[in-house]
Design a protein around this ligand. Sequence first.
Ligand code: FAD
Ligand code: NAD
Length: 607
Amino acid sequence: MEIAKRTENGSGQCVHLCRPPPAPDLPMQHRGADSGYNALAPPRAYPAPSLPPAPSRLLPSDLPAPHPPCPGSAAVRSPGSRFASSLRVLCSPPRRSAVFWRPWIDDGGEKEQEAPHNAVEAVPLKQGRSLMDWIRLTKSGKDLTGLKGRLIEVTEEELKKHNKKDDCWICIRGFVYNVSPYMEYHPGGEDELMRAAGSDGTDLFDQVHRWVNYESMLKECLVGRMAMKPAFPKGMLPQSQVTDTLAKEGPSSPSYDWFQTDSLVTIVIYTKQKDINLDSVIVDHRDDSFRAETVIKDYSYLVHVALSHEIQEDFSVLVVENVGKIEIVLKKKENTSWKCLGHPQENHNSFIPKKDTGLFYRKCQLVSKEDVTHDTKLFCLMLPPSTHLEVPVGQHVYLRLPITGTEIVKPYTPVCDSLFSEFKEPVLPNNIYIYFLIKIYPAGFFTPELDQLQIGDYVSVSNPEGNFIISQLQELEDLFLLAAGTGFTPMVKVLNYALTNIPSLRKVKLMFFNKTEDDIIWRSQLEKLAFKDKRFEVEFVLSAPTSEWSGKQGYISPALLSEFLKRRSDTSKVLICLCGPTPFTEQGMKMLHDLNFSKDEIHSFTA
Ligand code: FAD
Ligand code: NAD
C-alpha cells in the first residue's frame, strides 16, 4: 500500500483535472456537489417490530438493530446506540463512580504481593468464580436467561421490573441481558452491577470499559432487544434534526464525494477541519466492503459501502491538510466505468460521537516476537494489505483473541520498533507494522495466550482510542515523564515525537520506576539517548533493588517528585505524563496536585 501526504499543489492534483462529469452516486443517494451527507436517504431500513423466531444462541450482532429513538433524544445517530441513548433520557440511572465494570480480577487463592492491574477497587471473588469458571458455565448449556433460548422484545416497564439480585436485567446499547447468573463472577462486585438493575447501564459501562466485550461474555444471558414506540415510520430521524443536533454539539458534519478515471476511483472526504492528518483516517477494504472512518475531535465520520465493482488490494491515502481534505485512491480491477460507488452499509455517512461507535477490528499477523527483558517482549504485527491505520501518539488499541471460545480483549499501547531509529535499522515501515512492548504475566489471563502465538498467527487489532491530544505538546518547554513498569509504553511515542517535532522543547526528563534492574525496558537505549541528546535525561527508581543498586529507591513520593520536577521558570510551559499501575498513577496525580501543578499540566494515561 502506498501512503502519501501532500499539499494542495502536490502531485495528486492531476486526479482533479481528469474529473469526469458527475456520476450517479450510491443508488439510494441524491447526489450533492459537496455533501453526500445532507442529501442522503436512510442508510438502512429498520426492522419491523416483530422479532424473528429466535435461534437458541444468538449474539447481538445477529439481531436486527434496536428500534429508533424517540424524537428529541440527543445521541441518536448510531444504530448501536440509538435505543440506549433514548432510554437514558427516559429512565437514566443516577450517575455513579467509574467503577461499574472492571476488568476481570480473580484472586484464585494466590494473591501477588504488589497490587494487580486496576485491582485497587476490585472485590475479591469467591473460589470458583473466575473468568474461566464463567466461561465454563456459559458453555455448560444451562439456561442462563430463564427463557429457554427464546429472545424477546423488552418494554421499559418490563425492564424496570427486573431489578433484584436474583432477577436482574440490564440494557446495554439496546440489548437486554439477565445478569443475575453473572453477579458472583463480576470483578466489580454485585453492588456495582445492581446500580444498573432494571435500567440502561450503557453510560456506566462506557464510563469505564466500553471496550469490554460484553456481547461475547454475556451472550448466553441475552434476553432480547428493547422495544421502542416507533417514532418515525421508516426508522429514521428527519435529516434536519440530525444535522441541527450535531451543529449545536460538535464540529460541523463532514461530507464525501467520489469520482473516477479509467483506472482509478477517488473517494474524497471533506472534513471541514484543518488539523487533519494521516492518522485521522482509518481505511479497511475487505471483500467488497469499503470502510473509511475519519476521527474529528471526539466525533467519527464513516463512509461505509459495498463497492459496486472489484478493486485491487492496494490503495493510497492522501491528506490535504490546509483544506482538511482526505482522498482515498482506489485502483479498479477492470477499466470499466462505474455507474455508482456501491451500496450503503451500516452507519454509512454517519457523523456521531466517537464514544457511540463500536470498535472495529481487523486481523493482523504476528511477524516477529523478541525478548526485551526477562518477561517483556516486543511483538510486531502486520496490518492486512488493504488497511490504512496509524495509531496516533499517546493512543492505545485493543487486542482481541479467542480464549477457550470467548473473545477476550485487552488494551495495549503501540510503540516504535526502537527508541530511535539510529539504534536499530528500521527493518519494516511503520505504516504497515505495529509494535507492542508486552509484559507476559505467567498467571495472567491474556498475555500467556498472546505469548503462545506462533509467527504467522493472527490477532485482531481495534481502531485506536485514547484522550491524549498531541497539541498539548505544542510550545512545550519542559516535558516530564513518570512511568512505572509497562507504563513506559505510551511514553515511547510521546518522547520520540517531542524530541523530533517540538522546537521549543528545552528538557525531557523520564523518571522510570521498576522493581529491579532486570525489569527496566530498553535501559541501554535510554542511556544512549541521554548521552546523545542533551535535552533528554533519564532516572531509574527501583522498588525492590539488589544491594548493589546505588541509584534511587522506593515508590513514587513527594520527595522524589519535588526534586525531579524542576521547571525552568514559573511561567514555562510544562507537561507531566504519568502511566503505570493504578495505585502509582493515582498517588502520582495527588502528589502533583499537592505540588501545585495544574490539571492542564498533567496527563495520566488510563484505559
Ligand atoms: P491479568 O489476568 O490481568 O493478570 C495480571 C496480573 O495480575 C497477573 O500476575 C495475575 O496473576 C495478577 N492477578 C490477576 N487477578 C488478580 C487478583 N484478583 N489478585 C491478585 N492478583 C491478580 N500492558 C503491556 O504489557 N503493554 C502495553 O502496551 C499496555 N498498554 C496498556 C494500555 C492501557 C490503556 C491499559 C489500561 C493497559 C495496558 N497494558 C499494557 C496492560 C494490559 O492491558 C493488561 O492488563 C496486561 O497485559 C495483563 O493482562 P493479563 O490478562 O495477561 O493479566
Ligand atoms: P510492576 O508491578 O512491575 O511495577 C512497576 C513499578 O510500579 C514498581 O516498581 C513501583 O514503583 C510501581 N508500583 C507498583 N505498585 C505500586 C503501588 N501499589 N503503589 C505505588 N507504586 C507502585 O508494573 P507492571 O507489572 O509493569 O504494570 C504496569 C501497569 O501499567 C499495568 O497495571 C498496566 O495496566 C499499566 N499500563 C497502563 C497503560 C495505560 O493506561 N495507557 C499503558 C501501559 C501499562
